[in-house]
Write a protein that binds this ligand. Sequence first.
Ligand SMILES: *Cc1c(COP(=O)(O)O)cnc(C)c1O
Length: 377
Amino acid sequence: MDVYDELGVKKIINCAGTYTIIGGSRMSKATLEAMNEAAHSHVVIQEMQQAVYGRIAALTKNEAACVTPGAMAGLYLTMASCVSMKYQKAFKFISKQDVANAEIIMFRAHRNPYDRGLEVLGVKLVELGYPNNISIVTEEELENAITDRTAAILYLPSCDGGWVPPGALNFEATVKLAKQYRVPLVVDAAAQLPPKSNFWTFTQAGASAIVFSGGKDLKGPQTTGLVLGRMELLQWVHANSFPNYGIGRLHKVGREELAGIYLAVKQYIEADEDERREACERVVSRYAESFTQKDGLHFERAWPNEAGQPIARAKLIITSPALTVEGIEAELAQNNPSIYVRIENGCIYINPMTITLDEAELVLGVFKKINERVTNE
Ligand SMILES: *Cc1c(COP(=O)(O)O)cnc(C)c1O
């Protein structure tokens, strides 16, 4: 009996991907051990922060780093820190009126539920372009939007096949203008791992900061996020963040999480990315090879995945009239253990990133049973 059994909470097999609402990812044994060790002793939190931030910055080839309770908190603190940099004051000393006068530029195509933090912050959002190809935003439009009120540009990088619609200026043009006008460019790359080169490519190209989720593919504690980038901006992120009083005090990160995210980053850097990608390909091939076109269902390789990560998924193709996407989804959910899949444009996808090989086999067995049932009917 484990803690979930004691609580009566059902365990699920996550074939959907690194979705926070179903637990994002699993920490490694080494990460959990480091968290356990960290919990055994008291330390001065700022000393622990300095050590972890220094190591993470070096590992990710950035000048500086900060750990926040998730990427959304990281975005919030980073945008507040852009306002701090503009006025050269900790956020708690900036008047509400000065905050309201500060502008953050964002392409409409990049709007997403996580930018809600900007509204809470009280800054003015300046939106450019449209999330389609009718009127592509030009460099001239961005240049005209940059004024002495601008505190930052917030950018959501797109990758082929990911969830970012068209309609924004590309990263190269945006970073060129950000540098030219000396406006900090902040990149929300919460889910853009792999590839691990994203840790440094955007900041090396001139972004002032980049934000990642610790709880997605990075496999750190669910309640962590990373802000990486230039010291000029990160010094303000440090000044505004926990344990200092001010807005960051409600974004607490404990020593256990600091130890956990450090281990997670170290392992992510050391891991063989090609081997991992191939392991995912093998799971997808196994699904594809287990059925034929004559079966009631079969799988095709789909690439890239929902977040635009360069990892293959297995896409379910239903050929039997006795089967529906909704029916299969419900049957998988009712399985013991319950199986969660991703539904996208009316199709079921199996993402190998969040399942073990045993789980991949177990789920495949359930699909085989469904197939046998309809082909024997
Ligand atoms: C997941 C995600 C976030 C939030 O990450 P958390 O670590 O869960 O706070 C922010 N932005 C984007 C684009 C994301 O995909």
